[in-house]
Design a protein around this ligand. Structure first.
Ligand code: GUN
Length: 295
């Protein structure tokens, strides 16, 4: 069993980006600039956005964090997005999800200029991704592809079972893994809440991507010996021994699944860090007017 080390791989990607940014600056070109929008006080979202902003600074990007009260009107939020769309200094825009219930997420995403949509959530970018055209790939699946690439994990002809069909992870992941590319060329089963025989499907999987948001959902009895396990879950579990009052666990029961696996991502220290690295890559590509590091 080998740990897929998100810390190591994301650090390598960030170091490469830092060099590329230094090069841009040396050539008198503009510094990549990411704008992040955070609405409300969701603890997990605050942590994610803070990491994204901090990572920008680490590699020499500019970043702007726009924080709004959870009661902000939809109209007010859309006006801010329009102003970021029109601001030539801003290369990438991300609106941290989920948004409060009174705001239509789809409307918000549709209002982001597709050329600044570094999350790759705008329907135009999703359409391009499905068509195999150069575009921004959603950061978590993109980060997972970079991780598989870094460790040279054989994916061709393998059976990948993706658990969860979200627009952010499961659905784009299934598309990327089934592409005629490397990594890729998998036979993909996309599973969800209505899937029958999930355990049997997982037992046939050479690669499992767990993106369901349920702590410890994937157990050892669901995993074939030698499978590659990608754990996307970042679940907060109450833990009084921690200063924060919680600890993070994945969607996979790591302790029992790890011994059966060939490769496995830990939580924390796995996919989460790769998501940030991939977002930074997308932002760099937005800044130089070239989309899609994967293509
Ligand atoms: N919420 C959970 N994951 C993500 C992500 O990758 N991007 C944004 N904007 N929100 C998220």
């Amino acid at each position: 069993m080998q740990i897929l080390d998100g810390k190591l791989v994301s650090a390598a990607i960030k170091a490469e980006l830092a060099e590329q940014v230094a090069q841009l600056k040396a050539e008198g070109k503009k510094t990549p600039h990411l704008a992040a929008i955070l609405v409300g006080n969701n603890g997990a979202s605050e942590t994610y956005v803070a990491s994204k902003v901090k990572s920008c600074a680490e590699i020499g990007f500019n970043s702007t964090l726009l924080r709004f009260d959870e009661h902000i009107s939809e109209k007010h939020l859309l006006d801010h997005i329009t102003s970021l769309n029109e601001n030539a200094d801003i290369d990438g825009i991300l609106v941290q999800l989920p948004l409060p219930k009174h705001i239509n997420e789809e409307l918000v995403i549709n209002n982001i200029d597709p050329s600044k949509d570094v999350d790759g959530f705008h329907p135009m970018n999703v359409g391009k991704m499905v068509s195999g055209l150069p575009t921004f790939i959603p950061a978590t699946p993109y980060g997972i592809m970079l991780m598989l690439e870094h460790y040279n994990i054989e994916t061709k002809g393998k059976h990948a079972v993706v658990i969860g069909r979200s627009h952010i992870v499961g659905t784009p992941m299934s598309i990327l893994l089934s592409r005629n590319s490397n990594p890729g060329n998998c036979t993909v089963t996309l599973t969800h809440s209505q899937t029958k025989n999930l355990k049997e499907l997982c037992l046939q999987a050479d690669i499992i991507v767990a993106a369901i948001g349920k702590p410890g959902f994937v157990t050892a009895d669901m995993v074939k010996e030698g499978a590659v396990i990608i754990d996307v879950g970042i679940n907060r579990i109450a833990d009084e021994t921690k200063k924060s009052g919680f600890r993070l666990v994945g969607d996979v029961k790591f302790d029992e699944v790890a011994p059966k696996s060939s490769y496995i991502t830990p939580v924390p220290g796995g996919v989460g860090l790769m998501t940030i690295a991939a977002l930074l890559k997308n932002t760099y590509h937005a800044a130089i007017g070239q989309k899609g590091g994967m293509n």
